[in-house]
Design a protein around this ligand. Structure first.
Ligand code: PGA
Length: 255
């Protein structure tokens, strides 16, 4: 992290976990445990939990995010949720292009780009996820994959809008597997993302973007990962569902 240049952000990605009553209980445990955080703290929760989550975090330093959004303002898209709906509720962040959406729900770089632009246009802050598959890493094309995703996912996103965009580097092979990238691997790719952004925009803009690492980040490895200059935070799955573990990661980012 380099807090002199950019905001450190720890975000929980709850995925398809926690009913509304369970969400309330978890947030009631998280809120007091992270109240002194010296970093941004976010909980990205299932749509049906947003209402109780916003209520449980009102007036606190915990921000609420959604886990996806549609790109159209409204219309015949059964089962989808628009950015306007999220914005009106008071949601601030939205995860876009998570590898599980790419893997199981047909998300492509084109739809990630559409969702990202729609989120920004509505005044939401997108957390755009990128990351290579294991076999792509084994074939030594990690940089090609990441560069392609960054270029396509952020196509037509202005430098001004990039200031409200967070990038999450999540190697797919490290998600939910207990296999964390080493701090060196995380730093290498996060630095590469920043270089790519500097080429697409400019160095000043690239230096200000928060780039998170995600993939089996937990209370035991967070400090080392976050000690790297270009790792500005974490997108946390499993460990964000346990208040003490999540709070310990927030603490590591607050140093
Ligand atoms: P994990 O998930 O921490 O459970 O690996 C991270 C993510 O998918 O954002």
């Amino acid at each position: 992290m380099d807090k002199t240049k950019r905001k450190a952000i720890i975000a929980g990605n709850w995925k398809m976990n926690k009913t509304p009553s369970e969400a309330k209980e978890l947030l009631n445990a998280i809120v007091p445990a992270v109240k002194d955080a010296d970093c941004e703290v976010i909980a990205c929760v299932p749509y049906v939990d947003l209402s109780v989550a916003l209520e449980a975090t009102k007036g606190t330093n915990v921000k609420i995010g959604a886990e996806n959004c549609h790109w159209a303002e409204s219309g015949a898209f059964t089962g989808e949720i628009s950015t306007g709906m999220l914005k009106e509720m008071g949601v601030e962040y939205v995860v876009i292009g998570h590898s599980e959406r790419r893997q199981y729900f047909g998300e492509t770089d084109e739809t990630v780009n559409k969702r990202t632009k729609a989120a920004l246009a509505a005044g939401l802050k997108p957390i755009v996820c990128v990351g290579e598959l294991l076999w792509e890493r084994e074939c030594d094309i990690t940089e090609e994959v990441i560069s392609r995703q960054i270029k396509l996912d952020l196509f037509d996103v202005s430098a001004e809008d990039l200031k409200n965009t967070v990038i999450a580097y999540e190697p797919v092979w490290a998600i939910g597997t207990g296999k964390t990238a080493t701090a060196e691997q995380a730093e290498e790719v996060c630095a590469f993302i920043r270089e790519t952004l500097a080429k697409l925009y400019n160095k000043e803009v690239a230096d200000a973007v928060t780039i998170q690492y995600g993939g089996s980040m937990n209370d035991g490895n967070a400090e080392e990962l976050l000690s790297k200059t270009n790792v500005d935070g974490g997108l946390i799955g499993g460990a964000s569902l346990v208040a003490e573990k999540f709070a310990a990661i927030v603490k590591a980012a607050s140093k």
